[in-house]
Every structure is written in C-alpha cells, then in structure tokens.
Design a protein around this ligand. Structure first.
Ligand SMILES: [Zn+2]
Length: 253
C-alpha cells in the first residue's frame, strides 16, 4: 500500500475518478490538507464521504494574499479545528512562504497565523504538514519553541544547510512527482535516510503541465527505489511504517 500524505483533494472536480485511479496503482490512503478558511468544511465533508481520505486542517501561508478576511476569521478557524480534533490526523498545510508571497507587509500576519497553528498542534498533540518555500530559516528558527509530536516538511526545495538541520532534528520529508525533474527534490531523497521519507502528490498542482494526482506517487515510489537502491518490497514496508509513525491516526479508522 502507498499513502499520499499531502494532497488538496477538495480541489478536484471528479474526485471519484481520482480515488479510483489511485487505488488501481495501490494508493489506498490520501491525506487531504486544508488551505483556506473556506475549504476546511469541504475537506471534512469529503473525508466523511470517502473512506480513503483523511483530513488535516490548517491555514496555508499564501492565504494572507488570497483572503483579506483571514485575520478576522482566525478564531473561527481555530474553533473549527478544535471541534474536529478527534477526526483529523494533522495540522496542515501550514507554514511560511517568502517565495510566492512577495509583499513583505504580509509577513507579520503570515507569522502570526503560523504560530497560532503551531500552538494548536502542540495543544492537540498533532503532527504538522509544513510548507517552507523561501522561508526555511524562519520556519526552522520558529519550530523549536513548540512541542510538536512530529514534523513533516513537504516538497523541500531550500538550501542544504536547513535540509541537514531538519535531518538532525528527525523531521520527515515528503517527496512529490517533481522528483522526475527537480535537482532539489532528488537531493532531498538522497540525503534523507529511508526512515524519514514519505510520499505526496500535492495534487492538483501541475507537474510538467500535467495535473498532479495521488496515482502519480506510484512513479515517485519507483524513483525513490532506484535512487536509494532499495527494493520495491522493502521500500513499501518502510514508507508505510514511516507514515504510521508520523500520522498514526490514519491507521485507526
Ligand atoms: Zn500543498
């Protein structure tokens, strides 16, 4: 069994088809990460509807430039997450972004939201699914102030220094279909030990013009097996064990 630990499943129009295609290639569990205040209810709804979908709730760092109301909605979002603490497997997608968010005036609000989400993860004892693009230093400087059960860095593309620091701290790193063309993703796979790798589609993000889907993690899996020189059988067991360690709740239902 393969598990897609970071997908924006609520954004697909034909979700039945997406799940069917995923199952065909052995992808049996999908963590659907929330992004915006408006999408969280939908993430919960599809996880009730489809047994292979597991919800993770949080506010994406780009929300500060998508939604002018986010600061006012923050308490409501926190309440919604607390209310659903038994049903969710993680807090995410959360983090900081200084790459797609260019307006520095938004950075203090982005940090405020991130810290609120980390506090929530600490309080609810849930792992986090993190976005760090262009803000690796600040994210890595912020994390030690919180007691979080486990950390996953999604689609890492920063410098080798922070990659090494994350490895030293025992963070997990999830690998996207960008492994087929991105030197940064390939480097992450080579440097992170097999006990800390996970699979993700980040769908419906596009890869080389093609809409990303959970089924694509089958190819990611094959690439990791090749780069790390680990047999498919061994790697499948390993990745499943890793997923169980960081996101135990998706194995409970
Ligand atoms: Zn994402």
């Amino acid at each position: 069994m393969l598990i897609d630990i970071h997908c924006h499943a609520n954004l697909y129009l034909a979700i039945d088809e997406i799940i069917r295609e995923a199952k065909k290639v052995g992808v049996e569990k999908i963590i659907s990460v929330g992004m915006s205040a408006l999408s969280l209810e939908r993430v919960l709804e599809i996880s009730n509807q489809y047994e292979s979908i597991y919800p993770s709730l949080g506010i994406h760092p780009e929300e500060v430039q998508m939604n002018e109301q986010i600061e006012n909605q923050l308490e409501e979002v926190v309440d919604l997450i607390k209310k659903n603490k038994e049903n969710i497997c993680a807090i995410g997608e959360i983090g900081l972004d200084h790459h797609f968010v260019k307006n520095e005036e938004l950075y203090p609000l982005q940090k405020k939201i991130f810290e609120k989400m980390l506090l929530l993860a600490q309080e609810l004892e849930l792992p986090v699914n993190l976005h760090t693009k262009g803000a690796e230093k600040l994210v890595f400087d912020t994390l030690p102030s919180y007691k979080i059960p486990n950390v996953n860095i999604h689609w890492y593309s920063g410098s080798e220094n922070y990659l090494k620091l994350g490895i030293d701290r025992g963070y997990y790193f999830s690998i996207t279909p960008a492994i087929s063309y991105s030197p940064a993703v390939k480097k992450t796979v080579l440097m992170v030990d097999k006990e800390h790798l996970l699979l993700e589609s980040d769908g419906p993000v596009k890869y080389a013009g093609k809409i990303g889907t959970p089924a694509m993690i089958r190819e990611v899996f094959t690439s990791i097996s090749k780069f790390k020189e680990i047999s498919a059988n061994e790697l499948e067991v390993q990745l499943c064990d890793n997923t169980k360690k960081i996101f135990p709740k998706i194995f409970e239902k």
